[in-house]
Design a protein around this ligand. Sequence first.
Ligand code: NIG
Ligand code: FE
Length: 407
Amino acid sequence: MTLQFDTLFINANLATMNPDIDAPYGAIENGALGVKNGRIAWIGAVRDLPEYRASKTHDCDNAWITPGFVDCHTHLIFEGNRAKEFEARLKGDSYEKIAKAGGGIISTVNATRAMRESGLYHDAVLRLSDMKSQGITTIEIKSGYGLNLETEIKMLNVAKKIGEYENVRVCTTFLGAHALPPEYKDRPDDYIDLVCNDMIPKIAELGLADAVDGFCENIAFSTAQIRRVFKAAQKYGLPVKLHAEQLSHQGGTKLAAEFGALSADHLEYIDEDDVKSMAKAGMVAVLLPGAFYYLKETQKPPIDLFRKHGVPMALATDCNPGSSPITSPLLILNMACTLFGFTPEEALAGMTREGAKSLGLSQKTGTLEINKSADLAIWAIEHPAELSYWVGNVTILNRFYQGKEYE
Ligand code: NIG
Ligand code: FE
């Protein structure tokens, strides 16, 4: 039988990231990959290619193909920037101090509330084009700079539209419990009532969120408050995830595990008991070296414990205007190696396979395997470790989302 492909990539080295292939990076050298109807229809060594017909053939000339990158934790949509806060932090002010004084997240909330949808869309897409030029084909986007129903919906609408028009897969996350809005000063439980009784039901009804997130921290919300948010999410059938143990140990990870969360994120202050609870709940650890770096954190997430207990480690840019103004997934790979001690192979898995897992997308993307979406990045490199090694100087040759090439 002759196989029919829409596109066939030949003479490629494939970093499949498929753990069932017993080679570093799940590599297939001198490989070929056939695409049909936006999916991977055939993958293997060129010498094993069966008889085929292809509408288009790409000779990759020994370039490396990786899965399209999955950025599983971003706050891509926001207005303005916080460069002045960055200056203040360099002079010695802490992230917590700035937040308590009404700066930080709240200053972005004020700017985001004031901006119309088209402006938010425009700015977010500029940042996204940077990310796409470094291989991103899937991105998670959180709300959380609205903190009122109207602006949270506005942000999620923008995120959904990006998924419709920008040739990228978008997962949306409702992050109403990100910070306490000024109009609820000293009344955090009343704000949590609003999140649980008004926002989550409405957002669920509109189908605007794929998951619900929160920020469990002494400058944000307690475990008791997040528990209420998770219960409301559960009632509407929405999976949960959590910003946990970022600046201090609050117990958010165990709470998230109790609710069968997709992931717990940041995790600098997590302990071994927490890690065990994640392993038991089948959660992914989403590590964010960009925020660690910008906040000059010194406590590292315990990656040996994640390895020991078999908790998958995903990586993300955490793109946001405060703690991680970063649009470069490649820089994140480098930081994960240099700051956290990832191997380059773990780093690439973190931005592909494990990122997909943390979004519940393992069946769709994250590895190069038959039947998965043809989400690919093609790199002018001689070895996949170069993706973690260089800062700059890596050329992407082409990228495909669902088999479709983009700019
Ligand atoms: O993931 N930790 C809380 N949220 C963001 C920071 C948001 C901001 O500073 O604007 C984070 O680091
Ligand atoms: Fe975040």
